[in-house]
Structures are given as structure tokens and as C-alpha cells.
Design a protein around this ligand. Structure first.
Ligand SMILES: [Zn+2]
Length: 191
């Protein structure tokens, strides 16, 4: 970044602000050489991938939809609104950094489950029961074995688990991934 007045490369940022509804960062810089100030503008590329649904339809990324799904799972659970925001922010950032053009709804749901089970296991169960379309006690057992091994014993899967939620993604997309051990993995690494 050269100074427009003297052409020197050295400068420091003295102020940064997001402008134009988050699409642009403006940085105020001061030249190390001549001391004059100038402004640079950088575009923030919107690189959120599209979501592949269970039926192979593609949808635009929908932050609000994910937020609502997680909020619904956290109703009456001790999970703060800011914790939910952070979770969704983290998922969005991962998606952005992955650089993928498309990501399956199943992969997104799985990452939400990993994050949510670290915050509140019962909220995660509730999310999973909608998202994975739980229909039998063995579905809950499989959930606990995978996402909350330490909390698996002694929790009655039937309590407080309404299934009236709006799933953020289609249920079978994750089920089709098959059983087996999964650690947390970045969204980009799905092959
Ligand atoms: Zn200069």
C-alpha cells in the first residue's frame, strides 16, 4: 500500500471502520515518510457457500434460519443469546474460510451439534431430535454415544424434548453420513 503523495510503502493504520452495510472496510492510514494521511477501501467478499439440501436442491446461505434453529433448541436452557450468536458467527466464519462454493446441510448441522453439545447437552439433544428426526430411544443413545459420551448414562431422553421445531436442515442428510466416530472437523474438509 503506497502513499499517494510520496509513494512510500510504510504507513500505519490509525482507524478502521466497516462501511456500506458491512461490505467494505475503510482504513485511515498515516504515511511513515511524509506524515500525510489517506484512506483505503477494501471490499469484503461475500463468499458464503450455498447449502445443498437433502433433496439436492441448493439454497442461499441463511444465517437467520440457522439462528432460529439454534435458538429454538435453547428455549428454557441456560444458554445466553450472545453464546448463540457466537456459535452462529463461528459457523459462518468457518464457512467463509473454507472457501467452498457449496456445503451440505448435513455438514452444517453436524458442526452445530458439535458446538452446541459443548455448551449445553440437552439443547444439543433437542436440536438433534429435530435435525436428525429422532424416532426411537436408540436414536438418543446413538446421539449421546457420539456427541456427549460422558453424559450418556442416566439421562432420560424423553424429558423436555418437544419435536415441534423447525429443522434448520433436512434430517436424513446427516443420517446418510453413516455411523462411526467423528471428531470436530472443519466444514471445508468434507471429502
Ligand atoms: Zn507519504
Amino acid at each position: 500500500m503506497q502513499c499517494p503523495f510520496c509513494g512510500d510503502d510504510g504507513n500505519r493504520v490509525i482507524d478502521s471502520r466497516i462501511a456500506r452495510d458491512g461490505a467494505e472496510i475503510r482504513r485511515r492510514r498515516e504515511c511513515d515518510e511524509c506524515g500525510r494521511r489517506f484512506t483505503t477501501r477494501e471490499r469484503i467478499e461475500e463468499v458464503l457457500p450455498r447449502v445443498i439440501k437433502r433433496d439436492e436442491r441448493r439454497e442461499e446461505w441463511d444465517r437467520v434460519k440457522l439462528l432460529r434453529g439454534v435458538e429454538h433448541a435453547c428455549v428454557k436452557r441456560p444458554v445466553s443469546a450472545s453464546a448463540i450468536e457466537r456459535l452462529v458467527d463461528g459457523i459462518e466464519r468457518e464457512l467463509q474460510e473454507s472457501g467452498e462454493r457449496e456445503v451440505s446441510s448435513g455438514a452444517i448441522g453436524r458442526r452445530v451439534l458439535e458446538e452446541l453439545s459443548a455448551i449445553d447437552v440437552l439443547a444439543a439433544v433437542r436440536f438433534a431430535s429435530v435435525f436428525l428426526d429422532f424416532s426411537s430411544p436408540s436414536d438418543y443413545e446413538a446421539f449421546f454415544a457420539e456427541f456427549a459420551p460422558a453424559a450418556g448414562s442416566g439421562i432420560d431422553g424423553g424429558s423436555g424434548l418437544e419435536e415441534d421445531g423447525a429443522p434448520v436442515a433436512s434430517p436424513r442428510a446427516v443420517a446418510a453420513g453413516g455411523p462411526g466416530p467423528h471428531g470436530p472437523r472443519p466444514l471445508g474438509a468434507r471429502r
